[in-house]
Design a protein around this ligand. Structure first.
Ligand code: GLU
Length: 459
């Protein structure tokens, strides 16, 4: 079967690493070897107060930065007629019933049950109302909300009471939800707006979603939603629930979503594959490392290997992964960014290969651009013996053309003339030439600095 999956964020904020996880697992599932599956981006934007078009646009842009390009995009706000039709079907079959309790009344009912040591499950009082009682409540100006009658009762005396919905989870294996422990879910609010449960099922059915892969905070919803798929006569998809990520202190990621948003990570100079690798590999069995391409990352993923419990996630790891990745990034991948940084075209490739191991972010190359092609950020001040040594050394700079061999030739000559060797020979030269006491191999740097700029750096 060709899979159809969906990633269904609410456009109420920017995507963060925690949301990227289900997005990527769905993407890999659709694109797994041999699978030309369909990846749908669905905006769950029925909450008109919190949903914003800017966030919806940002989600698409952030996914594209990672390399995810949805095959189709849908907005729930465009699909309300489908949900209205489903509501009519459920009402007609008696599976959606009106309730008039206020939030306070419901709260009091829950508290009374809890005081008696009972689970706070809604007792279906509204089902027991007569038509006349309902009319009277409506006449008082009360507006109903609507609950879905879970199938945990014998609608037909010949059928056994169904208290459990079970499925084989793509991640967690055998799963079940005890319907008797749940209240009939509210599907439609007093003001006619939809909660998440029904639109999601209607869309998954209408859009032919075959596999629902999402966070394991939705396991209970899945029990309810399977009942709803069946009530609406829709094909029930397969489900996979991914463990959630928490910070080192066990806090949910969404609370820190600002700092971990894809947007802020991109602005901080993180490479998309560092971010994607971390989002996916936390909570899998192997080591967490930067993987070069989405394809290779997808090859590492098997849903059944995802850890069953929440995984602790250290946001700092993204810096380590990023540095690893940058150290091996090929020139072609950074050429446009180097051009933007005004690294001279002719030397750009040699420059990148010389400095990349000293960059934790591509943007760090700017420091080396200044060192090699511009003005030194800071000139080192030499005195006494060191000053005499460096001046003698600069007098011995070989004539051009310069190559990788020039450094060796030069330092041999300096050694002969001054008797210095090892660090006392190299370090003052490094400091005079680069203004720094660390950095890439001088053999690589010297030909890029060139004789003219080198001479200018003579103390
Ligand atoms: N909008 C829901 C969420 O972000 C979607 C859950 C689902 O994938 O069904 O939690």
């Amino acid at each position: 079967m060709t899979p159809t999956v969906r990633f269904a964020p609410s456009p109420t904020g920017y995507l963060h690493i925690g949301n990227l996880r289900p997005a990527l697992f769905n993407w890999f599932f659709a694109r797994k070897p041999g699978g030309a599956g369909t990846f749908i981006l669905r905006y769950d934007d029925t909450d008109t107060v919190r949903s914003r078009i800017e966030y919806a646009d940002a989600i698409l842009e952030d996914l594209a930065w990672i390399g995810i390009r949805p095959d189709a995009v849908h907005r729930q706000s465009d699909r309300l007629a489908h949900y209205d039709a489903a509501v009519e079907t459920l009402k007609a079959t008696g599976l959606l019933y009106s309730c008039f309790e206020t939030a306070d009344e419901l709260d009091r009912k829950r508290k009374r049950l809890m005081a008696r040591g009972l689970p706070p499950v809604y007792g279906r009082d509204a089902l027991k109302l007569s038509d006349a009682e309902r009319a009277a409540l409506a006449a008082e100006g009360r507006k109903p909300h609507w609950r879905f009658l879970l199938p945990n009762f014998a609608d037909d005396p010949a059928k056994p009471v169904r208290t459990e919905i079970a499925w084989t989870d793509l991640v967690k294996g055998s799963q079940s939800v005890d319907l008797a422990s749940l209240s009939d879910p509210v599907l439609v609010r007093e003001d006619g707006s939809y909660l998440y449960t029904l639109p999601s099922v209607v869309d998954d059915g209408a859009l032919g979603v075959t596999h629902v892969i999402r966070g394991d905070d939705h396991v209970t919803n899945t029990g309810v939603q399977i009942a709803l798929f069946e009530a609406l006569g829709l094909a029930v998809p397969e489900f996979g629930h991914l463990n959630l990520l928490t910070t080192i202190d066990g806090e949910g990621l969404s609370k820190r979503s600002g700092a971990l948003s894809l947007r802020s990570l991109r602005e901080e100079g993180m490479e998309p594959m560092a971010v994607a690798s971390l989002a996916v590999l936390v909570g899998l069995s192997g080591s967490i490392e930067a993987v070069d391409t989405l394809e290779a990352l997808g090859d590492r993923v098997r849903l059944e290997d995802v850890s069953a419990s929440a995984s602790k996630f250290d946001p700092e790891e993204v810096h380590r992964l990023n540095a690893d990745l940058v150290h091996r990034l090929g020139y072609a991948e950074v050429a446009p960014r180097l051009a933007e940084m005004d690294v001279p075209d002719a030397d750009a490739e040699a420059f990148w290969l010389a400095v990349r191991a000293n960059c934790a972010r591509v943007a760090d190359a700017a420091v080396w651009r200044d060192v090699l092609f511009g003005l030194l950020p800071e000139r080192v001040h030499f005195e006494g013996e060191d000053l005499a040594f460096v001046t003698t050394a600069f007098d011995l700079l070989p004539p051009e053309p310069w190559s990788r061999e020039t450094w060796k030739l030069w330092t041999e000559a300096v050694k002969q003339a001054t008797g210095r060797k090892g660090k006392p020979l190299f370090m003052p030269l490094r400091r005079a030439l680069s203004g720094l006491d660390h950095g890439p191999e001088l053999a690589e740097l010297l030909p890029l600095i060139g004789r003219e700029r080198a001479v200018e750096r003579r103390p």
